[in-house]
Each structure stands twice: as structure tokens, then as C-alpha cells.
Write a protein that binds this ligand. Structure first.
Ligand SMILES: Cc1cc2nc3c(=O)[nH]c(=O)nc-3n(C[C@H](O)[C@H](O)[C@H](O)COP(=O)(O)O)c2cc1C
Length: 197
């Protein structure tokens, strides 16, 4: 059987109007294995992360940027859990998101992971605006990445973002394809607002 599934848009079914990149953003696993991200676009999406707000403007985010085909990409991909390895090799870029959890004197930065998450959110929205898709991952061996790239103790690998051009969903193995086409769900707003209006 030949499947032809168009997932170009998996638009969020919002209860209020949102800006376009937020409506269009979703986390695909099917990427075009031949597509590349230009240096200019890569710079643009990292610039979006750079201008995120952070506690006391400490900017405690650091990134390893690994393009498909590079040694760094292979190292990062090898450190992914199997369920992520199965699809992330098609992404054009893997970005390792790192929090600087203490300053130069060893004083903890309690908001470092929060700030990093916000910088990554900026990056994902800018990437969407550039016509790319992103998929964040928590399934990886952080110690392996830290060792491979010689990261200091105060640099914590928090997540990895796959970035690329949407590919053919029907090329995914069946369990992944099924997840790719499943309806997107969110809790209702009134469950999220726990007090006030
Ligand atoms: C911190 C974090 C860790 C995640 N880890 C994984 C992962 O290891 N593998 C995966 O396939 N998706 C992972 N995801 C993607 C989420 O499952 C996805 O964002 C969520 O289901 C909502 O879907 P959407 O992004 O398409 O709206 C992760 C997302 C985040 C933010």
C-alpha cells in the first residue's frame, strides 16, 4: 500500500489567535535527509536564543552546534537513546542545549535551566519562522556528551534540539509514523490557571 500523508501543517487548534510560528510549530520526526540549513539561517536562530531574557542577564546558555555529516553530529547522535537515534539522523542540525549552572567562582545559578529553556524556546520559534521544524529531546546520555566535548562540571547538558526541513512521514518505520499522525492534545486553559481569572 502506498501512503501519501501530508503533514506540512499540524496546526495547533488554539482557543485564541496566536502568532503564525506558534500555531505552525510542532515536533516532527520525519526530516528531509538531504536538506541543509544555511549558515545565515543557523546564525539567525542562534541570535534569537542570544536575545532571550535571563536572570540578572547572566545568559547561562551554551550550545554545541552539529551539522549532519560532521564528526560532532555523529558524536551527539551516538549519545541519543535508541528511540531518538531511529529518526534524528535525518535532521540537518543537532544542537546540544547546555546550562551554565554556576558562575566562575562556583556560585550556583538557580535559574540557569529556566533561562536555557527560554532561550531554546526563542530558537524554536525563530526556526519555525525560517520555514524549519525543531524537535527537542530529553532522551540521551548527557555524561557521554560532556565527556566527548570536554565540558566543565558547571556545564550541564539539559536537552538536544533537532532542526531540519520536514520530510516524508511515510518513510518512517510504523510505530513512529503512527505517533507522527496522532492528534495533538493539550490540557484546557482553565486547568493551567490554578488561581485568579
Ligand atoms: C524537554 C523535552 C524533552 C523531550 N524529549 C523527547 C524525546 O526524548 N524524544 C522525543 O521523541 N520527543 C521528545 N520531546 C518532544 C515532546 O514529546 C513534544 O514536544 C510534545 O509531545 C508536544 O508535541 P509538539 O511539540 O508536537 O507540540 C521532548 C520535548 C521537550 C520540551
Amino acid at each position: 500500500m502506498t501512503l501519501v500523508t501530508d503533514l506540512t501543517s499540524r496546526k495547533a487548534d488554539t482557543t485564541a489567535p496566536l502568532i503564525h510560528p506558534l500555531v505552525e510549530r510542532w515536533s516532527p520526526r520525519a526530516y528531509d535527509p538531504t536538506a541543509e540549513v544555511s549558515t545565515d539561517v543557523l546564525r539567525t536562530i542562534l541570535e534569537a536564543a542570544r536575545w532571550a531574557p535571563s536572570a540578572n542577564n547572566t545568559q547561562p546558555w551554551r550550545f554545541i552546534v552539529a551539522r549532519r555529516g560532521s564528526d560532532a553530529f555523529t558524536t551527539v547522535h551516538d549519545a541519543l537513546m535508541g528511540f531518538n537515534q531511529a529518526w534524528a539522523d535525518s535532521a540537518a542540525v543537532l544542537i546540544v542545549n547546555i546550562a551554565e549552572t554556576a558562575d566562575a567562582e562556583g556560585k550556583p545559578r538557580p535559574w540557569a535551566r529556566y533561562d536555557l529553556g527560554q532561550a531554546v524556546a526563542h530558537l524554536t520559534v525563530q526556526a519555525q519562522h525560517e520555514g524549519l521544524h525543531t524537535h527537542q529531546m530529553g532522551g540521551f546520555d548527557g555524561a557521554r556528551i560532556a565527556q566527548a566535548f570536554g565540558l566543565a562540571d558547571h556545564l550541564e547538558v539539559v536537552s538536544i534540539t533537532a532542526i531540519g526541513v520536514l520530510g516524508d512521514v511515510d518513510a518512517l518505520p510504523e510505530p513512529l509514523r503512527e505517533r507522527e499522525v496522532a492528534p495533538r492534545m493539550r490540557k484546557p486553559l482553565d486547568e493551567l490557571v490554578v488561581a485568579g481569572e
